[in-house]
Design a protein around this ligand. Sequence first.
Ligand code: 5AD
Ligand code: SF4
Length: 441
Amino acid sequence: MKKVYLETFGCQMNVSDSERVATSLQSKGFEITTQQESADIVLINTCSVREKAEHKLYTRVGEVRNAAGRKPFVGVMGCVAQLDGETLFQKIAGVDFVVGTRAVGRVSQAIEHVLEHQDTYIDLGERDIDYEWSVAENQRHSPYVAFVPIIEGCNKFCTYCIVPFSRGREVSLSASEIVRQVLEYRRQGVKEIHLIGQNVNSYRPKTESGLEEFAGRTPFSRLLRAVAATGIERIKFTTSFPRDFHADIVDAINEHPNLCNWVHLPVQSGSSDVLRRMRRGHTVESYFKKVDALKDSARDIALTTDIIVGFPGETEKDFLDTVAMVDRCGFDSAYIFKYSPRPGTPAFAMKDDVTPAEKTRRFRELEAVQKRVQRKRLERYRGKKVEVLAERVSARNPDDLAGHSTCHKLVNFPASKRLLGNIVNVRIVDIKSNTLYGEIC
Ligand code: 5AD
Ligand code: SF4
């Protein structure tokens, strides 16, 4: 039995693709191994959203090639595979096969080809019509949490972003298929599902199938209601896009306790000038309105975001507006990135005029402000009871379990392993910089 070692970089969509690739390889008689040294094939699922992520591929292929012992075949899938295609064979010595983002259903064919013919192979084709979206129980990243893709690709073309090129145009899955998967996961004991997509609010399936009985202003809010009706304990969704994030999403959250109180709504900048050049389709003011609608909810909805510093032309004033915006919004957490020019995107043609040192200064300054904001936000949980899904034994302390709250905070608490997979009430007694600590109550 040939052994495949699968390594994943990047977003949840990549994690989800890898889970499905592992599921399909396993069903075709391959063994998925966690030991790279014993693998016949090393498959790297790549990310191209920033240059640093892309460099990881170069480093990893080098390491695999130079490792002592047997020399496995090396395959590259994911966003770098899709974007670089054929050129990867020249760019990186030792790559044997390349599989694009929509060809992941045919990884086994690529592997069989290289094993049999001992030469290179590339597939950048489209998805098969009968592509299998389900993930086997033993290939999910968690026994209790499952990722359910609802929309692939992106049509927004924000000027800095490579995703519309690496993942193609938006394609939505049918609601009846999504509901079927959620029901199946529920039967298997999954407690929490994440509806995932680059821009979930744009969800627009070809047919009404599965949505017929559910009202709402947008197909996405109708889907939320349809999934809530499955009775699965917890539903989270990511990523949202400010311009398409309408009030009916908050209404759906208010109506259904199993729609969790967490929204990830990337803002990217606190300057409307920069947002215009990013072609985000929202202004700082329109973003504030969405945030206010969230904060008006009777549920305590946690808000997280993404921010880019050092976009071309970002002035000190623009940056200070971003700092003020972070203070005003009170994000529960924020992923901050230094702008990284991506070949092929519209912003690549703009002058990358914020120096690396200045990007680092802005990054650090914003991070410090966000840390302060976050600390204050987290303080509101002290003494409060939160519902936590006991997902795993804590990496730090074998006597503690770790899991996420409904508001997507990581919570550690002392408890017996027997509680794994249960949703438990935890009273928060301590606040760390990114996590909460509590006791079962
Ligand atoms: N440079 C820096 N950050 C980027 N992101 C996307 N493209 C770039 C880029 N070229 C960030 C955005 C996005 C997150 C997933 O990655 O903030 O929301
Ligand atoms: Fe990229 Fe913008 Fe699409 Fe998000 S919405 S994936 S940032 S193009």
